[in-house]
Design a protein around this ligand. Sequence first.
Ligand code: GLU
Length: 511
Amino acid sequence: MSIERRVRTRFAPSPTGPLHLGGVRTALYCWLFAKKNGGDFLLRIEDTDQERFVPGAEEYIIESLNWAGLHYDEGPGVGGPHGPYRQSERKPIYRKYVDQLLTAGHAYYAFDTKQELDDMRERMTKAGMVSPKYDHVTREYMKNSLTLSKDEVDARLAAGEPYVVRIKIPRNEEIRLHDIIRGWVSVRSNELDDKVLFKSDGMPTYHMANVVDDYLMNISHVIRGEEWLPSAPTHVLLYKYLGWEDQMPQFAHLPLILKPEGNGKLSKRDGDRLGFPVFSLNWTDPFSGETSSGYREAGYLPDAYINILVMLGWHPTDNKELFTKDELIEAFSLERVSKSGAKFDPEKAKWYNHQYLKMTDNAILAEAFLPQLKDQGIEINLEYVQNVCGLIKEKATFMKDFWSLSSYFFKKPEHYDEKVIEKKWDAEASLFLSALINIFSTLTDFKSESAHKGFEEAAVSLNLKSGNYMQLFRVVVSGQASGPSIWDMVALIGKDEIVNRLQLAMQLYGK
Ligand code: GLU
């Protein structure tokens, strides 16, 4: 009888800086896969490398996940049955497993100094080796428990000499692993180096801690970036040597996110160069003081951000582009994640945000718009603001565009599109606008249709073509040559104010 394994995924970032959008995509795929399968999504902070620790990075990671709505079921601050979820707090756990590997002969002590390691690399390079490493060949010539006598090893350990523990990669073996996205991956063991697993300060390295924790936390699927694929064969060996083959998670290595031009990995520099954020939230580097922009502060909506990210590597079965989170949970599968890198398109990212703004309820938009109005000294009833939002959201990419797109709903235009005025305002236009003032003034029920009808009547009365004055009329009312549906806009601004604006323009430009 085979018992289905509960799906448990983890996002396991190292707190070495802000979260690149590729990291959030990894978290998103882990989250989606867990939700899709009714499983658990964990956050584990991999902070064993104290030298790379950056203050504030963990808080940043957590805030980014929360902002994106990727809430974890177990992790720092949330807890869970497999905690602690910060590797630095798990320090006492790992030694036992390192000892197990040492005893079984799958790992060994190495005492080489940095100088000795550099000398070895230099010697090997001179001998024609392309990328020399500590491996099944070179370990024979180094200072380790494979070459030193047991007495000497014991003496060095007793004297407190610094050491590392390395995995003993076997010679001439083929290591195979199945990746859900890439299929079978096969590596010759001779190509691998004897990675450091543990250091004499009692801290495991990434490889050791990662495997031990995935096992202890009962992780069923390791979903992570393609840059970790070269480490996977070593991890497979560790599962085997620790006797955990039955519990080995399935692997899925996600494709790279590429520069907009498509060549090479998307970097912060591409964002700076082309003017888009590569991080989730604004970040100030605590050492250099350098600041980087984030999607949140740039005005992206969290759901739009999720939709942008999910499409970087995953494709639905149809051409659908907009997905709610629930729809994504329904549609997502790792089988539909591609092997090849996904080009990041900053214009498409904006398009997504525009689509999400359009779909957002006017009441929510109005609430978000109020602070901008307050900054402009405008106090007005909420219903009016909601109606304005309903009209202009079609034109907005970001919330911050709202004021410039809609200021004329709240006050007279300060500038007019002079090109339109110059081109369209002639003597007949003056006649037409005067007639319009008269007709509008008499209207008792000023709505979209009646205003439109009045406009047509003004033209007919002068034997003019109404279409010739439409854009001019828009500029007179709003100052701008384009905007939302003119009759809805006019009706919302209201008869008295429209008549006022027509009169004002006549004073300025009338012929
Ligand atoms: N700590 C690794 C990172 O920073 C985790 C890689 C993995 O998921 O195994 O990305």
